[in-house]
Design a protein around this ligand. Structure first.
Ligand code: EPZ
Length: 420
């Protein structure tokens, strides 16, 4: 397994560019299954989860080609409607093909994802929504079997809790259901809005994406389209924290500042100097001490759970005690134990972590447990004295495009050691 070796203590300086959003690319790729015509997607990040999704589309019979960030998917003849366990177990977002396959083919067989490092993460709300649209759902041998031989019918679906991929799955299914579907208590994440924009170009009739009530008038056929994926807001946030934690001066380019407002507010409160640099740039210039600022994760537009781990790394360097409350996933503090091994003072009680700082961190051998946890360990390693060895970086490869190359270009001393 590959590892990172990081020598801490370098201020990051320069310009760093954000890639397309992984969590937008994944539903966009799944949406390609809805049409027999080719779909062209630009700014698709070359990360492992995207490759897994492309593999899944190919297994369903779609023809897939990729050149740099440009991906073309042509799903004219689908030969399989199954998402097998070997793919779903490596990427839970595989369940995003459920809605499109049932809508287009009248059936789908998708492996149940099973447990996950950050929480139970069931997909019951996706299934309840599909049932509301008239699909028959059975669970057998670890698989979900969904059937709607006569097509899906529009309905009102009220999500018991806000779910991002659940909203996306149902948005795709409803696009080809007959009549009107209303999604209530829908996720408002920018990735949902981006998916709706792509579906709109494909001929779907969607209103209200980005608000908690989304209305979809189903159509019988969708066409091909071309679409550019939005910038990755979690990568953006990770770079902002990288600048702040190293006391650096970084221009984060090709981002959408509006998508990271909650983080920017916290960074500002903590004393990091963040300013807008044009319509798609953010500059962080931090001089002097950071002070602690409490955070509670929430659905968008609140503070993203996907930035909680990185923010925790930052708070180890801030004066005072920061309370970090995780409300989205029940087990998303695995990084805290590794940060403690590096010298951080973090106490966990249930869903709350108290981070006392500033603490001098020292390089240590640590293990990445999930994608964002890995990012937080890289950030901590950037300020730790000496060398940090981060094991299992395949987690970071799932969602960050060439992160070590990008960080190296702004001064970080990070290198990958390939598994023997
Ligand atoms: C998406 O996951 C993201 N993944 C996650 O990013 C992100 O952490 C999460 O949203 C929250 O923002 C993608 O977009 C591919 P949810 P998702 O359904 O859709 C519960 C990353 O690091 N729930 O919004 O799977 C669930 O257990 C990843 O890039 C149900 O109970 O998350 C959780 O507690 C990790 N039943 C909460 O809702 C369901 O049917 C929110 O989950 C669905 C969800």
């Amino acid at each position: 397994m590959d590892r990172y070796l990081v020598q801490g203590g370098v201020r990051l300086e320069g310009e760093i560019e954000v890639s397309g959003a992984k969590n937008s690319a994944l539903p966009a790729l799944a949406a390609c299954l809805l049409t027999a015509e080719p779909v062209l997607l630009n700014r698709v990040p070359r990360v492992r989860d995207v490759q897994t999704m492309l593999g899944l589309l190919a297994r369903c019979g779609a023809s897939v080609s990729q050149e740099g960030g440009c991906v073309r998917v042509a799903a004219s003849d689908l030969t399989s409607t199954e998402a097998p366990y070997d793919l779903v177990k490596t990427m839970r977002a595989s369940s995003l093909v459920l809605g499109p396959l049932v809508a287009r083919c009248g059936r789908a067989r998708v492996s149940l994802p099973g447990g996950c490092a950050i929480g139970a993460r069931p997909i019951n709300l996706h299934l309840a929504g599909l049932e509301r649209l008239g699909a028959r759902i059975r669970q057998e041998h670890g698989y979900i079997e969904a059937e709607a031989p006569n097509g899906l019918q529009g309905a009102t679906i009220h999500f018991d809790r806000i779910t991002v991929t659940g909203t996306e799955d149902l948005l795709m299914a409803a696009s080809m259901a007959s009549g009107e579907t209303v999604l209530e208590n829908a996720a408002r994440e920018p990735e949902v809005t981006d998916l709706a924009a792509l579906l709109g170009k494909m001929g779907a009739r969607v209103e209200g994406a980005g608000t908690s009530t989304v209305r979809i008038q189903g159509v019988s056929r969708l066409r091909g389209a071309e679409h550019t994926i939005i910038p990755d807001r979690i990568e953006t946030g990770t770079f902002l924290v990288a600048a702040a934690i190293t006391g650096g001066d970084l221009l984060v380019k090709r981002c959408d500042p509006g998508h990271v407002s909650a983080l920017v507010a916290k960074l500002t409160q903590a004393g990091a100097g963040v300013s807008e640099a044009g319509p798609d740039g953010l500059r962080v210039r931090t001089a002097g001490r950071l002070s602690s600022a409490d955070v509670t994760t929430e659905e968008y537009p609140g503070f993203a759970t996907d930035l909680q781990a990185q923010y925790m790394a930052l708070m180890t360097q801030a004066e005072g005690v920061a309370l970090i409350t995780e409300t989205i996933f029940e087990n998303r503090f695995m990084h805290a134990l590794e940060l403690v091994r590096m010298g951080a003072d973090i106490r966990i009680e249930g869903r709350r972590a108290a981070v006392a700082g500033p603490r001098k961190l020292g390089g240590a051998a640590v293990i990445a447990s999930d994608l964002r946890a890995s990012a937080s360990l890289v950030l901590a390693a950037l300020v730790a004295g000496g060398e940090t060895v981060i094991d299992r970086v395949y987690h970071i490869d799932r969602g960050y495009e060439e992160i070590e190359k990008k960080l190296r270009a702004v001064g970080a001393k990070i290198r990958r050691v390939k598994a023997a």
